[in-house]
Write a new protein. Structure first.
Length: 86
């Protein structure tokens, strides 16, 4: 039985969902986006060693959680961002 190609979805979405390294880099991008929110609200941008360590930790945490839980983590993060009044 032949499968219609329109039912499979885009190939890059399937590849992203099946490979944890690709999901990790998607999570890193989400982490950088999360960091951009408070940075855009802060007038004089202070960036010391504490901020650098916390920023790297957040980015790595988002990457790791996305690699582990994939779309479930991204959906939960999206719901949390939707509830913010920014």
């Amino acid at each position: 039985m032949a499968v219609d190609s329109s039912e499979q979805g885009p190939r890059f979405v399937n590849a992203w969902a099946q490979h944890p390294p690709l999901r990790f880099f998607g999570g890193v991008a989400l982490g950088v986006f999360l960091l951009a929110i408070p940075w855009s609200l802060e007038e004089p941008l202070r960036f010391g060693s504490v901020e650098a360590i916390a920023s790297a930790g957040l980015v790595l945490l988002c990457g790791s959680l996305t690699a582990r839980w994939g779309a479930n983590f991204v959906a939960a993060l999206s719901r949390a961002l939707d509830s913010l009044a920014l």
